[in-house]
Write a protein that binds this ligand. Structure first.
Ligand SMILES: [Zn+2]
Ligand SMILES: [Zn+2]
Length: 136
């Protein structure tokens, strides 16, 4: 059995990565920090074990967006690539939008729905968590 591999990267190509196997979680986050970091109304994340993710280039530049969390982005073009936090040890979130084929991972829930912009409505029946859900 070969596990599925997906590749992705930033807009300019300076950052490239490969993920192996299925994500632990795939979700749309409505929190204010994701919104600001991406300058987008919401951000879709695929969470993996760190061991599932390999950077094929330099690692992204990181910014500590909170005491617990670090965001990785391309220092050349600004694409947001990843997120890691003390409260999800051993795990790393990858932006679904930075995948070469983002259609291959579909979110299965929404979180931080309590921070969702009033004009953002996704036409799905996925569960909505007001804050960060239990991971597992
Ligand atoms: Zn770039
Ligand atoms: Zn968020």
């Amino acid at each position: 059995m070969t596990e599925p591999k997906l590749e992705g990267g930033c807009q300019c190509g300076a950052i490239r990565y490969r993920v192996t196997g299925a994500p632990v979680m795939a979700a749309i986050c409505h929190c204010a920090m994701c919104r600001r970091a991406s300058a987008a109304p919401a951000v879709a994340w695929a969470m993996f074990q760190e061991t599932q993710v390999a950077f094929l280039s330099d690692r992204p530049t990181t910014y500590a967006s909170s005491p617990a969390g670090k965001r990785g982005f391309c220092s050349v073009c600004g694409t947001q690539i990843c997120f890691a936090a003390d409260y999800i040890p051993g795990l790393i979130d990858i932006t679904i939008g930075s995948l070469d084929h983002p259609d291959q991972i579909a979110p299965t829930l929404h979180y931080w729905d309590s921070k969702r912009l009033p004009w953002v409505h996704f036409a799905d029946d996925l569960p909505k968590f007001p804050e960060f859900p239990p991971v597992g």
